[in-house]
Write a protein that binds this ligand. Structure first.
Ligand SMILES: Cc1cc2nc3c(=O)[nH]c(=O)nc-3n(C[C@H](O)[C@H](O)[C@H](O)COP(=O)(O)OP(=O)(O)OC[C@H]3O[C@@H](n4cnc5c(N)ncnc54)[C@H](O)[C@@H]3O)c2cc1C
Length: 335
């Protein structure tokens, strides 16, 4: 008789947790998802008031185009992509004291004309960003694992590398502030304010502190052939479809349950203690693997003392530090 499939507990039914859960269930794992909230979707869920639907957080989706991340995931799950309208412009940015917005057009040529008009002399800066985006987008599309922590990870990373990837190396530690200075644009107040306003949306920090390679991607995904989209029927559609796939493949979603501890033995997870929000009842859910799609700080609260001492967790903590707002999708000691 074949061994039963491993049991996976996923903590958090945001887009990250639901995506992991749906993919794992589709590949035959026994998956249970727990979330403390009432509706799935986390920061990409919605609520209704007086007949109107409000997104709680995310409003625009990237990655719906062929080859984009949601496109690939929905294809793998055999799901139809939700109906969506491209956002054009993706954004209209009003600089302080200005009445006419800077429109981030979807058409690359129109966006270039807008930039030339709004920020004369900045084209070399945008050209660098475009080159870095092209190379790192290709690299990301080949599914590297970073940082590699096992021979399999290393294999994935090596097969994703190409000679062109080396172009990004000199910029791997640079920030957008460094790139502005490189092109003598450090004092361009309008450009800097525009970049600060855009990047605070994506990285929560200003141009001075945003990693250049990340910014190159974040600032370019608004243009075709990528693009930002509004989903018909609100952001909730994305979570609902992932939930449907999870159920279809035998997985379970339990809302209204807070995970309060992950128990491990010799570096491997054993169970998760959960508390039912309404009844206050606690119980243990056995697990062979745990995917904790919550903030890094929350993970540190959830794992027990032996697990905290695990080299992988120590490495993660020292690498990431205590920065607020960090989000980690961590397969805890799973492999
Ligand atoms: C205001 C705002 C606007 C945004 N706009 C955009 C946008 O337009 N486009 C875009 O792409 N992104 C946007 N984002 C970012 C995007 O919403 C998030 O990156 C994404 O939704 C995060 O998904 P996640 O699954 O990683 O985490 P979350 O959505 O945070 O999900 C984590 C889940 O874990 C649950 N949880 C936490 N702790 C526990 C516990 N102990 N036990 C049980 N459950 C627990 C929470 O209830 C939550 O449901 C925005 C974010 C915000 C806040």
């Amino acid at each position: 008789m074949p061994a039963p499939a491993p049991r996976i507990v996923v903590i958090g039914a945001g887009i990250g947790g639901l995506t992991a859960a749906a993919l794992l269930a589709h590949r035959g794992y026994r998956v249970k998802v727990y979330d403390q909230a009432i509706v799935p979707g986390g920061c990409a869920s919605t609520f209704k008031r007086r007949g109107f639907t409000f997104d709680v957080g995310a409003t625009q989706v990237a990655g719906l185009e062929p080859g984009g991340i949601h496109h690939r995931i929905f294809h793998e799950l055999g799901l139809e992509l939700p109906e969506a309208r491209p956002c054009d412009p993706a954004c209209a940015v009003f600089l302080p004291g200005e009445a006419e917005p800077i429109r981030v057009w979807r058409d690359p040529a129109a966006w270039q004309r807008e930039r030339d008009r709004q920020f004369p002399g900045s084209q070399p800066f945008w050209n660098l960003l475009a080159k870095l985006f092209e190379v790192s987008w290709n690299f990301q599309g080949r599914d590297p694992v970073l940082p590699p922590r096992s021979p399999w990870d290393l294999g994935q990373l090596l097969q994703a590398l190409r000679p062109e990837t080396l172009l990004t190396l000199p910029y791997s530690l640079a920030t957008v502030g460094d790139a502005l200075r490189l092109f003598d644009l450090g004092q361009d107040r309008r450009l800097r304010t525009f970049l600060d306003m855009q990047l605070k949306l994506y990285s929560q920090v200003t141009a001075e502190d945003t990693a250049l390679l990340y910014a190159a991607t974040a600032l370019a995904v608004s243009q075709a052939p990528q693009g930002l989209f509004h989903l018909e029927g609100s952001m909730q559609v994305l979570s609902d479809r992932l939930h449907q796939a999870l159920q279809r493949d035998g997985g379970e979603l339990h809302m209204g349950h807070r995970a309060i501890a992950i128990h491990s033995h010799r570096g491997r997870p054993q169970a998760v203690t959960l508390r039912h929000n309404k009844t206050g009842q606690t119980f243990q859910e056995p697990a062979d693997h745990v995917v904790a799609n919550v903030t890094a700080q929350d993970i540190a609260q959830l794992i027990d003392a032996p697990a905290l001492a695990h080299p992988r967790v120590q490495g993660y903590r020292s690498h990431r530090g205590p920065a607020p707002g960090l989000r980690g999708l961590c397969d805890l000691f799973g492999r």
